[in-house]
Design a protein around this ligand. Structure first.
Ligand SMILES: [Zn+2]
Length: 357
């Protein structure tokens, strides 16, 4: 089933693109808060918001600014040249019709874990992919500079923006912050893709809107929600994890949530560390932990580094429960083995799975 294999591989790469990493961008601006200096005169109106001339920093590179309640957008001149003004603003307007409600949902999902007053997030477009990070990512929350940078184009923005906004909330705004790697990515994906409606992402059917052939494949694997005519993201991550476990992705090179370049082989279909999981597997593991220990416990521990996750959760079970579950040590591989068995059960119960190779 090579065709199906490559189809889902393409999705994997797309998901990996929404990663963030700590590396500071040399090209990044020196700023910590989105406080634009703009002229009073609007140059255009997009989605009901004014576009004004940037009179502040890097105004040659970003000549225009658009401010909403929750964001300050710096619009790159290179992107307006690349797309043409009409297409650029049409794409921006499309995003803006969903963005505020999506961001409000994310903040609501994190009530009690982030401050009530969240400053607007700074967002910069780079659809010309001038930043080195564009090679690896679809979008990136840059923590040292406290801004989100968007690459490639508006379709990628729809897939990535809410994920990056959750990073902004949990890496920067929260008192107790998520670390890089497993927990940072698990929380960003869980909140943006499972808890939130994520209108931006769903409006484009997770990037599949124009690809009926791929939708047919996803339907055949049991991960397409017929009623909503959209991807069922929860089922999708179970399917992706199942495909890894069954060897359908052997030798595929992917970037893990720990930002490691990883691959699986016949004798090593489960990684040894949670930080070596793919993005989809990370969400599946998060769902397992939430189902087993509760969402509150899962989110309460979001400051744990990857190498402490297994011990923290396995220790929670008493000795008898651990014995019944066949757990004897406190290793990451134990946790991953228990999760993998759960994932198999879920796929069998829900009728999810790609065909055997
Ligand atoms: Zn991320």
């Amino acid at each position: 089933m090579k065709r199906l294999f490559f189809v889902l591989s393409a999705i994997l790469l797309l998901l990996a693109f929404s990663a963030c990493e700590q590396k500071e961008s040399a090209a990044g601006p020196q700023t910590t808060r989105a406080e634009p200096t703009t002229s009073a005169e609007p140059t255009a109106t997009v989605g009901g918001y004014m576009v004004t001339a940037n009179e502040g920093q890097r105004k040659n590179e970003y000549p225009y600014v658009l401010q909403t309640e929750n964001s300050v957008w710096y619009l790159a001149s290179a992107d307006l040249d690349l797309m043409g003004e009409e297409a650029f603003y049409a794409g921006l307007e499309d995003i803006l019709q969903y963005m505020e409600a999506d961001m409000a949902d994310a903040r609501k999902a994190l009530t009690g874990r982030i401050p009530e007053d969240i400053p607007p997030v700074e967002i910069r477009t780079d659809f010309s992919d001038q930043d080195d990070d564009a090679e690896r990512y679809g979008a990136k929350y840059n923590q040292p500079f406290n801004l989100i940078k968007l690459f490639h184009g508006w379709q990628t923005v729809k897939r990535s923006l809410l994920h990056e906004y959750v990073h902004y909330l949990t890496f920067s705004c929260a008192g107790k912050k998520t670390p890089y790697g497993f927990y940072g990515e698990a929380v960003a994906e869980y909140v943006s893709m499972i808890v939130c409606e994520n209108r931006m992402c769903r409006s484009d059917q997770f990037g599949f809107a124009d690809d009926l052939e791929q939708i047919e494949s996803l339907r055949a694997w049991g991960v397409w929600d017929e009623e909503k005519d959209n991807l069922d993201y929860r089922k999708y991550v179970l399917c992706e994890s199942d495909a890894f476990a069954r060897g359908l992705y052997d030798d595929l090179i992917y970037v893990s949530v720990g930002q490691n370049v990883c691959t699986r082989t016949v004798g090593k279909r489960l990684p040894a560390r949670v930080n070596d999981l793919s993005y989809g597997e990370t969400v599946s593991l998060a769902l397992y932990l939430i189902e087993t220990y509760g969402e509150e416990t899962f989110l309460d521990r979001w400051d744990l580094p990857g190498d402490q996750v297994a011990a923290a959760f396995l220790n929670r079970q008493g000795p008898s429960a651990r014995k019944m579950a066949g757990l004897n040590g406190l290793s990451e591989s134990e946790l991953l083995t228990a999760w993998a068995a759960w994932n198999v059960e879920q796929c069998a119960r829900l009728g999810i799975g790609m065909d055997q190779p």
